[in-house]
Design a protein. Structure first.
Length: 326
């Protein structure tokens, strides 16, 4: 069952989407907003018009479904909007691209309050503005539950994209961003708690290191991936695409004190959260040598011949991360 929307900051507005026309709702969600420099024509016409100075466009799409990817009894609409933007913007960063614009699709029941969607899109705008992007267009439709689809568009700035296929034996593996925090936050929320706030908020919306992707590309990263489903699971995709093996060395992985405290309180292993927990949207990349790893990245492993992902030279017991329909 869809979860009950959390109270919004605009309780004085009781309107539902059924009380507005489609275009009045779109205007409600987009009016008064600025666009990024790459948007020449935003919402209001049949399509948006964007610049593509590089001559190539990097694109990524994610779908978020209520009660699967977010719950309004755990997160505010604004936090859900930020999450919807972040999961797509992180994909662009993993290609070494800088975002230019977002496209938004919303499906929702007729009883959905306008204030909920207004806060949700406000969160999406705020996250996009962190990287100089805007909301260039989209669509709204009737649906049985709230579904959010975001498409992110980006520019490579003249350099080659960093894909999953470039890792080579002898490369080193490094990560940038938080690992395990969102999984720890999910465990806390699942037990009915709402603190520690920093851990819980990591589940409510991620904080990807957006600028780290382009910087890694500039410094010669050979392959890169956004860690959305779990470090080991996503490294498996990278290893398969590159035709190599990857070994994660846990001695190099630092367990943050807060995660250690939460793990102790819940009787859970924080290293498992770090290795298999998804939704942090940190970046993992391979580099030709340790000296090529940027300062804000942490070296945690190596690339070799063969196939698959190991931990300290051994196969990992249990799933490496999230997989739909499993």
């Amino acid at each position: 069952m869809p979860s009950k929307p959390a109270p919004t900051d605009d309780e004085a507005d009781p309107r539902t989407v059924a009380e507005l026309s489609e275009f009045a709702l779109i205007d409600e969600l987009t009016k008064g907003r600025g666009q990024g420099a790459g948007v020449l024509l935003g919402p209001g016409d049949d399509a948006a018009l964007l610049t593509a100075a590089d001559g190539r466009v990097v694109a990524s799409t994610d779908v978020l479904v209520e009660s699967v990817h977010f719950r309004f009894d755990w997160s505010t609409p604004e936090q859900v909007g930020r999450k919807a933007a972040a999961v797509n913007l992180a994909d662009l960063a993993a290609m070494g691209a800088r975002p230019t614009a977002l496209l938004l699709g919303i499906g929702c029941p007729a009883t959905t309050r306008v204030a909920v969607l207004r806060e949700l899109t406000a969160g999406l705008w705020r996250e996009a503005q962190l990287v100089g992007a805007g909301l260039a267009g989209g669509d709204v439709v009737t649906a049985g539950q709230l579904v959010i689809t975001v498409t992110a568009l980006g520019d490579l700035g003249g350099h080659a994209p960093v894909t999953r296929t470039g890792a080579r034996p002898g490369d080193v593996l490094a990560v940038c961003g938080r690992l395990g925090w969102a999984a720890a936050g999910l465990a806390v929320l699942g037990r009915g708690f709402r603190s520690p706030v920093a851990v819980v908020n990591a589940q409510r919306w991620p904080e990807p290191p957006y600028g780290a992707g382009p910087r890694a590309a500039e410094q010669g990263a050979t392959s890169m991936i956004d860690v959305s489903d779990g470090l080991l699971a996503d490294l498996g995709h990278l290893a398969s695409a590159s035709g190599v093996s990857i070994d994660v060395q846990t001695a190099r992985v630092v367990i943050p004190q807060r995660l250690a405290e939460v793990g102790s309180a819940l009787g859970a292993d924080p290293m498992r959260w770090i290795l298999t927990g998804g939704e942090d949207h940190c970046l993992a990349a391979t580099f030709p040598e340790p000296s090529a790893v940027p300062e804000d990245w942490t070296l945690i492993g190596s690339v070799g011949r063969g196939a698959g992902v190991t931990v300290d030279g051994e196969a990992y017991a249990g799933p490496g991360g999230w997989e739909h329909w499993r």
